[in-house]
Design a protein around this ligand. Structure first.
Ligand code: ACM
Ligand code: ZN
Length: 546
């Protein structure tokens, strides 16, 4: 009897601290989660979390435990009542479970408490993100708002992503955004369970990563003498522009991303898109220069010269340094939009093509095959660093070695073909995933952007409608690793503008990446976004299109 009484007293005491709930609309709260969980059963009632206690003893790894403690602190701060970590009789119990798939998690909320299970760091992280999405948006802020309804709806959630690769590309070259803005991009990616940042770090218009062995890449290559004005490619504002990341800054950003469950995949775009490097080291090119870091947009005629062995020495040095900075298993080697006219005129390139016996036939030109030779040498080198390559769909032209992953950008055709040939694929078709396109066909209402054609505008609804596996026979669909949105920045000069182009379309992307095909519903998504998510974005201070 005594034991029962004590237990009752303990339960009653806990109920006074937590448990006593503010009234919430369970269905509305659950419908507000973005990306929508793949299995969720709503119950009756709710559980109050103000001052709730947490038992983290069942979380096996330190990193996950520290991350959940961060959530506990945030809850204390914003709900206005301190939560504690306790050894038993906790309101929240977090446990590691080996039965849960990678990045998956389970949450059970009843009127007497909350249980959270996951198998790995991202699983716990996403469970926390989902809990936060079910709480008042003030959980994302910095000030106590005790008057909010600090309750979770009773429910059972069993969630895991459709795709393992859920990415965004940031072009940090056409315009340079810097460490703080990249961290803000990572922050908001993590809220919506994206896990890959494809960081476009080298371009004709600027080289953005310090390379110790080739200091001129940033001393010279990170700076241009001006930037074209508007759409006029013959114009320049004449203002010196540039910037780059030191290797220490890169390491800091990589570690920051890791804490948010995000792997950063660097891109060193080759053999085209290399004018900044050619300007720094003209011996890398066919003509020997001189070159100038480009001040206007569009595709350059110049490329690296594969006919000179010194070019490969340079590439191995550079890729080696970059590979050592990024723990990612993938390395993006670009490969897009390489004009090859210079190679046709270059004696060194001609000699190499002759030596390799490269011929033009109905499948590819000898210059395309020369690019394939570059790709395969780079691929072999990066394999010695433990890396697999990803490249734009042009790498399919000529011969592509086994083990490469193709990023389909010129629509989906390249990805469909690659998957059927047995290559892994990331889908980022420009007609659904190019976040530099206008968000509305009413171009006058939008800032200057890449597209002049209202029919190519990329509305949030269009992003949402992407079916990444469409037209791919079922037996090849496992090659689709995931989906990526690409934010090229020719017409995106500031951090505020970057966020405007990203948001809220990235939220639509998150449902394409995370949700099972039959679990998507644009009306539900729109209500969720315009309701809870706009408040989240406001509290976090992002600039976004309403
Ligand atoms: C690309 O948009 N050039 C990959
Ligand atoms: Zn050459």
């Amino acid at each position: 009897m005594k034991i029962i009484m004590e237990t009752f007293a303990a339960v009653a005491a806990v109920a006074l601290l937590a448990g006593c709930t503010d009234k919430i609309d369970n269905a509305a709260v659950i419908a507000g989660i973005v990306p929508a969980p793949n299995e969720i059963v709503a119950g009756e009632g709710s559980f109050g979390v103000k001052g709730a206690s947490f038992d983290l003893a069942g979380v096996r790894d330190e990193k996950s435990s520290a991350m959940v403690k961060g959530f506990v602190e945030q809850l204390s701060k914003t709900s206005g009542k301190k939560s504690k970590i306790v050894e038993d009789k906790a309101d929240f119990v977090f446990e590691t479970s080996d039965a849960i798939v990678s990045e998956g998690y389970e949450i059970s909320v009843t009127e007497s408490g909350v249980t959270v299970r996951a198998g790995d760091y991202n699983g716990f992280l996403y469970a926390v993100q989902t809990l936060k999405q079910m709480l008042p948006a003030s959980i994302y802020g910095n000030v106590p708002v005790p008057s909010d309804a600090w309750s979770l709806p009773c429910c059972k959630i069993k969630d895991s992503p459709r795709f393992g690769y859920r990415g965004v590309l940031i072009d940090d070259c056409r315009h340079f955004f810097g460490k703080e803005e990249i961290k803000r991009v990572l922050d908001i990616m993590s809220v919506y369970k994206l896990n890959r940042l494809h960081w476009h770090l080298t371009e004709d218009q600027g080289w953005r990563i310090e390379i110790k062995k080739y200091p001129k890449l940033t001393e010279i290559g990170a700076w241009r003498d001006g930037t074209q004005v508007g759409k006029d490619r013959d114009s320049s504002d004449g203002i010196r522009y540039g910037g780059f990341y030191t290797q220490d800054e890169i390491r800091e950003i990589v570690a920051y991303a890791e804490s948010l469950g995000i792997t950063i995949i660097p891109e060193i775009d080759l053999p085209g898109h290399m004018v900044a490097a050619l300007t720094a080291y003209p011996w890398l090119g066919c003509s020997g220069g001189p070159y100038a870091v480009r001040t206007s947009w569009g595709i350059a005629d110049e490329a690296l010269c594969p006919g000179k062995e010194t070019t490969f020495e340079f590439l191995e040095d550079v890729l080696g340094e970059v590979a050592d900075l990024f723990p990612s298993e993938y390395f993006n080697i670009g490969g897009d939009e390489c004009r090859k006219e210079e190679w046709k005129r270059c004696r060194d390139c001609q000699n190499l093509m002759w030596k390799l016996g490269l011929k033009t036939d109905e499948n590819a030109t000898r210059e395309q095959r020369l690019q394939s030779y570059v790709t395969s040498r780079v691929q072999a080198f990066l394999a010695t660093k433990g890396k697999k390559i990803i490249g734009w769909d042009e790498i399919l032209e000529g011969e592509l070695a086994e083990g490469a992953t193709v990023m389909s950008w010129r629509g989906s055709a390249g990805g469909i073909k690659a998957a059927q040939m047995g290559y892994d694929v990331v889908m980022s078709p420009n007609n659904y995933c190019y976040l530099d396109y206008a968000q509305s066909p009413d171009l006058d209402s939008e800032p200057l952007c890449w597209t002049n054609d209202p029919e190519r505008a990329l509305t949030i609804e269009k992003v949402y409608s992407l079916d990444p596996c469409r037209d791919i026979p079922e037996e090849f669909q496992h090659h689709i690793l995931g989906v990526q949105g690409n934010l090229w920045t020719e017409y995106v000069p500031t951090p505020e503008h970057l966020e405007y182009m990203l948001l809220p379309r990235m939220l639509a992307l998150s449902e394409v990446q995370w949700c099972a095909a039959d679990n998507r519903d644009f009306d539900r998504f729109t209500d969720a976004t315009k309701g809870h998510e706009y408040r989240v974005l406001d509290i976090l201070g992002y600039n976004f299109r309403r």
